[in-house]
Design a protein around this ligand. Structure first.
Ligand SMILES: Cc1ncc(COP(=O)(O)O)c(C=O)c1O
Length: 393
């Protein structure tokens, strides 16, 4: 069997990091990575995480399996963080999942039970893995218009027009905040309009919430999600602690089902537990225990909120410095849309030739289309990157 396999291509983003590492040039800059970095270029373990880990290490007495859906404490803490009490508890069911990716895979396998061969609508552009996760579960994907390369912002009219043509069989993937790769998010009135369309047309929203706290703040970043969830009968939320707790390698996330009433929610939850049982049987313990220990302890939670605000501040400060640097070099280009983008990523909407040129001539690495991680940009690299971008823009 194996010798007949075609050679699958390497992951484009992870492959970029490998090429960056192999580059001998001293001035090289890696703006392709998808992790937060501090001013020194490291992806730190948060102090709240270290503190929780010390307490857990001392108190742990067993490594027996967790329940299929995770512990009750973790599930309740996730519901509080996502919804802040805005939805009745009996309408929501949280299941722990291995990262946001695991949550999306579980969502795909849950959807396929109700809609075999169904179609998931994903934004154009979107995180590359969306295009792979849903088909891997037997669903097809189609793209809805989302981003305008001319304005470098959301093309809401085109987006709403397509979403208005979809019916109850459709599933629509939405990014809750910090859209990857563009950083262009819906405004609150636009979320309200999306909610109205979803309620009227009956399609199922699946919301990918991987960056809570990286846009404007933990509470601000869930405002659009809540505007949607308080207006639609059903939805699925796929959330992750990879970024906002820096628990990348611990694979800590959740799939949360929002049902019309207690009965529908319980039925969907029972199906999702079967899905989890077949995919990973029961979830990994450590990251979820850390998240629970942070979210359910007032002092640790306050410390963590401060660390999230600091990460968000570094991202916003770096984006502002980048925009300022580009404005002084290229007074003829309008950078308002770039300044308004949210989260780790900025999308420069560069032609492929420019991305390749920056890599070959300047040793600056970025994802196709010109997605850069502003948290990957270090203050000492700012002038060099602005000079180089000003040349190709
Ligand atoms: C939009 C989006 N969704 C989901 C994920 C998955 O994150 P995790 O590492 O928790 O699986 C990412 C990670 O980069 C992402 O950018």
């Amino acid at each position: 069997m194996f010798k007949d396999f075609a050679l699958a291509p390497a992951d484009p983003i992870l492959g970029l990091t490998a090429a960056y590492r192999a580059d001998p040039r001293a001035e090289k800059v890696n703006l392709g990575v998808g992790v937060f970095m501090d001013e020194t270029g490291t992806t730190p373990v948060l102090r709240a995480v270290k503190d929780a880990e010390s307490a857990l290490l001392a108190a742990e007495t067993s490594k027996s399996y967790l329940p299929i859906a995770g512990t009750d404490g973790f599930r309740a803490a996730v519901a509080r963080l996502l919804f802040a009490g805005a939805l009745p508890a009996e309408r929501t069911a949280v299941l722990q999942a291995p990262g946001g990716t695991g949550a999306l895979a579980a969502a795909a396998h849950l959807v396929v039970r109700a809609r075999p061969g169904g179609r998931v609508w994903i934004p154009d552009p979107t995180w590359g893995n969306h295009k792979a996760i849903f088909p891997a579960a037997g669903l097809s994907t189609a793209a809805y218009p989302y981003f305008s390369r001319t304005t470098r912002g959301v093309d809401f009219d085109a987006c709403a027009a397509t979403l208005s043509t979809l019916g109850p069989d459709a599933v629509v993937l939405l990014h809750a905040c910090c859209h990857n790769p563009t950083g262009a998010d819906f405004t609150l009135p636009q979320w309200e309009e999306v909610a109205r369309i979803a309620a009227e047309r009956g399609w199922l929203p699946v919301v990918d919430f991987a960056y809570q706290g990286f846009g404007e703040g933990l509470a601000e970043d869930r405002a659009g999600l809540l505007a949607l969830l308080t207006r639609v009968p059903e939805a699925i939320v796929c959330s992750s602690f990879s970024k906002n707790m820096g628990l990348y390698a611990e694979r800590t996330g959740a799939i949360t089902l929002v049902g019309e009433d207690a009965g529908a929610t319980a039925r969907a939850e029972s199906q999702a537990k079967q899905v989890a049982r077949t995919l990973w049987s029961n979830p990994p313990k450590h990251g979820a225990a850390v998240a629970e220990a942070i979210l359910s302890d007032d002092a640790r939670r306050t410390a963590w909120e401060g660390e999230v605000a600091a990460m968000c501040g570094r991202i916003r400060g770096m984006r502002a410095a980048l925009v300022e640097g580009l404005r002084t070099r290229r007074g003829d280009v309008d950078f308002a849309a770039l300044a308004a983008q949210k989260g780790m990523f900025s999308y420069l909407a560069l032609p492929d030739g420019a991305v390749a040129r920056l890599r070959e001539e300047k040793a600056i690495y970025m994802v196709a289309g010109g997605r850069i991680n502003v948290a990957g940009l270090l203050p000492r690299q700012l002038d060099y990157v602005c000079d180089s971008l000003a040349e190709v823009l």
